[in-house]
Design a binder for this molecule. Structure first.
Ligand SMILES: [Zn+2]
Length: 194
């Protein structure tokens, strides 16, 4: 299955190679452009099926994902499990549910996201669900590219585990080689010095 998942990312042009500035501020030779996959419902439902299958007998009552990619994944996993989906928006203090939505204390909750790198978004969603007293059964992501255990303290299921090196900007061999730094999407933010 791992090969099939990798093929989905490769054939949809979602696995990019270069010199990328990640949201975390770190630099990476690889970028997973999840929207190239998520724009294709056929691939999305296939990948989400792996997540929903993994968690299907654990009594989940709601699936929660962070904006933006996580909304699509939460919706599709919830549809497959026949339960509700919610999304966690960015607010002034971490993540928030939309006014009027939320979950009751004790609700068995599955958290999903697209690409797991530093775990920042997922950690924020965990805090949000905990604020509501939700009972988190686990986390499901499309790709886990984290380099080391993120210490999220919950079971993690990934459709593909692919640890990928990232560099701090002041110690980056790609910078040293003068390769232009780009934001995913193609914008050059630090042209070649070579
Ligand atoms: Zn760099």
């Amino acid at each position: 299955m791992t090969e099939e998942v990798r093929k989905i990312f490769e054939s949809s042009g979602a696995l990019l190679e270069g010199h990328f500035l990640l949201t975390s501020g770190r630099h990476s030779p690889i970028y997973w452009e999840k929207f190239h996959v998520l724009q294709n419902p056929f691939y999305t439902q296939k990948l989400c099926h792996l997540i929903s299958q993994h968690y299907q007998n654990q009594g989940a009552q709601v699936v929660v994902g962070p904006t933006t990619g996580g909304i699509i994944i939460a919706y599709e996993v919830a549809r497959q499990l026949g339960i509700r989906s919610l999304f966690a928006d960015r607010g002034s203090e971490g993540r928030e549910f939309r006014p009027g939505s939320g979950l009751d204390p004790g609700t068995k909750t599955l958290i999903v996201d697209d690409i797991l790198t530093t775990g920042k978004s997922v950690r924020e969603v965990i805090q949000l669900v905990e604020r509501y007293g939700g009972d988190i059964i686990g986390i499901g992501v499309l790709v886990d590219r984290s380099e080391k255990d993120l210490g999220l303290g919950r079971p993690i299921f990934s459709c593909l585990r692919s640890p990928t090196v990232t560099y701090s900007p002041d110690n980056c061999p790609l910078c040293d080689r003068g390769i232009p730094l780009t934001r995913p999407g193609g914008e050059v933010i630090q042209p070649s010095q070579a």
